[in-house]
Design a protein around this ligand. Structure first.
Ligand SMILES: Nc1ncnc2c1ncn2[C@@H]1O[C@H](COP(=O)(O)OP(=O)(O)O)[C@@H](O)[C@H]1O
Ligand SMILES: [Mg+2]
Length: 577
């Protein structure tokens, strides 16, 4: 509201300038020609009796008006632009929060680049709409109305003549800025492709170099870069004709003013002061009229971005499963005839899987790659829901528990481990749900067989990992992830192929360490390596989503089926190495 007031005020102060100029020009000319004081001089002190003094007076008046106008514009910006920055801030927070609440499947369906664009590009386009576009639109509406109104009040016919080029100017500018915007969008997209390409190349630089493919990558990059350059050059060309065209049309208006106005002066219907006044009006109109097209395209883009953002915000967040809580597994975990397929595919990944994990026992899941082991882990963590069948914890369907409660009870070491570029300690303590759990740090690190290695790190537990610090080996990463899971002292520990990059000796020491965590712990170990799970009380063998064999190690060997065959194979392989 106050923004509106400042807009009106600043325009008022702007439009008083041309009449002052007109009066002073006419006054000075009157004095010079006929030694006749202008009409308004009777309101002035007798002191203003010469042309020079009159000119100084109008100079001072113009200066004051300009200062007041500037002051109002400052406050207009302060109110409107600040408001748009606040909206931008809120919108970014809303979007980020919404991202965090989305389910896993959302992220597998959407490109990271698109997700990034929504929160950066689209939000800034909306801000351009809520801030600058609204400010310019209001400002130029008032400006045009006031100036044109004033011009008509001076002389309607001449005004009509002078304004003829302006509509052409508006249309030209709209068309040009539209094509500039479209070109800019294409350039923006190309730039993000180049960025992704560069990023991927450097992320995989070791592979690129080891296969000697540097030249191929450089060539592909060159092609991308060339397209980017050509589009930019086209944009420069459009921009290049833009200003001259605007200036040309404005010049035409000035020309008409002088010609039509000059004729009117000869006829005595117009004064020389009027001509100067009109030239000032035309100049004042140039900018608002020129920005009309620009503002229109800002509004269009803002609206498009806003609808993209809304479309995303309207996707329902991953709702909570249920409200029941479970602190500790008392009886068992049951998979009851569970079948599953991923939403985007129609292939069954799990078929009629049934098994029971008794509380406080060790349970092994083994199978070849792609047999569905990781899918079982994700179902158990509530990342996905079974397509058919049911999973029950202590007799209650998994669906009825709250996510938070499940996450407190389970500690999950996923197959693909992600460590943040932060200290080792921060990474290990990442998932703790109460401050007391931090006291488990040392034991967790020790159980994960990391103690010795940490001593060798430059800053011990405070050593920074990742891009800004040291790079861990695959096995070290896995053990860090295990420490991260153990710190929570979970009642159910679920490790998905978490020891695959760890040598057998370390694996044994980790397993021995796990015994220190008390008997009140259920351990589900998923692996493709028999040595890793053979000490489990119960083992299921998964093949193409089906449980094909079940029992303990000795039982399964005696059975002499697929498990025994895999065991044979892995024994042979490990002795060969
Ligand atoms: N997000 C997903 N979307 C579609 N199919 C998937 C997805 N994740 C895994 N799959 C498919 O499900 C099958 C089982 O995968 P997974 O559970 O990861 O097996 P494992 O862990 O035993 O190697 C594979 O055929 C895999 O291609
Ligand atoms: Mg897996």
């Amino acid at each position: 509201m106050s923004g509106l007031l400042f807009i009106i005020l600043s325009n008022l102060f702007a439009i008083v300038i041309p009449p002052i100029v007109r009066e002073s020009v006419d006054g000075v000319i009157g004095l010079l020609n006929n030694n006749q004081l202008p009409e308004y001089s009777k309101y002035l002190p007798a002191y203003f009796d010469s042309s020079a003094k009159l000119a100084v007076l109008s100079g001072v008046l113009i200066l004051v008006a300009a200062l007041l106008k500037g002051w109002c514009m400052y406050y207009m910006r302060m109110t409107l632009i600040i408001m748009s920055r606040k909206i931008e801030y809120e919108q970014k927070n809303d979007i980020f929060k919404h991202y965090q609440q989305m389910g896993q499947s959302f992220f597998s369906k959407n490109y990271t680049g698109d997700l990034m664009n929504r929160i950066s590009d689209d939000v800034s386009k909306v801000r351009m709409f809520t801030g600058p576009a609204i400010m310019y639109a209001l400002n130029l509406t008032f400006m045009i109305l006031m100036v044109v109104g004033l011009m008509f009040s001076v002389n309607a016919t001449i005004t009509l003549w002078v304004l003829i080029p302006l509509p052409i100017l508006v249309i030209t500018i709209y068309l040009v800025s539209d094509s500039i915007n479209k070109k800019s969008d294409i350039i923006q997209k190309k730039l993000s492709i180049i960025t992704s390409y560069t990023q991927e190349t450097f992320a995989g630089i070791a592979v690129v170099k080891s296969y000697g493919r540097e030249n191929d990558f450089a060539r592909d990059f060159d092609t991308l870069n060339e397209g980017y350059r050509d589009d930019n050059m086209a944009l420069v060309r459009i921009n290049g004709v833009f200003m001259p065209a605007v200036m040309g049309l404005v010049g035409l208006s000035v020309l008409i003013t002088i010609y039509v106005g000059g004729n009117a002066v000869v006829d005595g219907r117009f004064s020389l002061g009027n001509i100067v006044e009109y030239i000032l009006y035309v100049n004042m109109l140039t900018w608002p009229v020129a920005s009309l097209g620009y503002v229109t395209s800002l509004v269009q883009q803002g609206a498009a971005s806003q609808s993209r953002i809304e479309e995303f915000l309207n996707i329902p967040a991953d709702e909570d499963l249920g409200t029941k809580t479970i602190a500790k597994l008392e009886k068992n975990i049951v998979f009851d005839n569970v079948s599953f397929r991923y939403a985007e595919s129609d292939e069954w990944v799990l078929r009629h899987v049934s098994f029971k994990v008794e509380a406080n026992t060790k349970f092994g899941i083994i199978g070849t790659t792609g047999s569905g082991k990781s899918t079982i882990a994700k179902l158990l963590m509530g990342v996905y829901e079974p397509t058919e069948g049911e999973i029950r914890l202590d007799g209650t369907s998994l669906k009825d528990y709250s996510r938070k409660s499940l996450k407190t009870m389970f500690a999950y070491v996923a197959q693909d481990i992600f460590l943040f570029s932060d200290s080792l300690k921060a990474n290990i303590l990442f998932g703790i749900t109460s401050p007391e759990q931090a006291s488990n740090l040392e034991l967790a690190v020790d159980t994960a067989s990391l103690t010795e290695e940490i001593k060798g790190f430059p800053n011990g537990l405070e050593t920074i990992l990742g891009e800004r610090g040291i790079t861990l080996s695959g096995g070290q990463k896995q053990r860090t992830a295990i420490a991260r899971a153990l710190v929570k002292n979970p009642t159910v520990l679920l490790i998905d192929d978490g020891l695959s990059a760890v040598d057998t000796k370390t694996e044994v020491s980790i397993k021995n360490g796990l015994k220190k965590w008390g008997k009140e712990q259920t351990f589900i170990n998923i692996s493709h390596r028999i040595s890793s799970i053979q000490d489990c009380g119960e083992i299921i063998f998964l093949d193409q989503g089906r449980v094909v064999e079940q029992g303990n190690h000795e039982f399964l060997l005696l059975k002499n089926g697929v498990y025994a065959a895999l065991f044979e194979k892995q024994i042979v392989n490990s002795t060969e190495v």
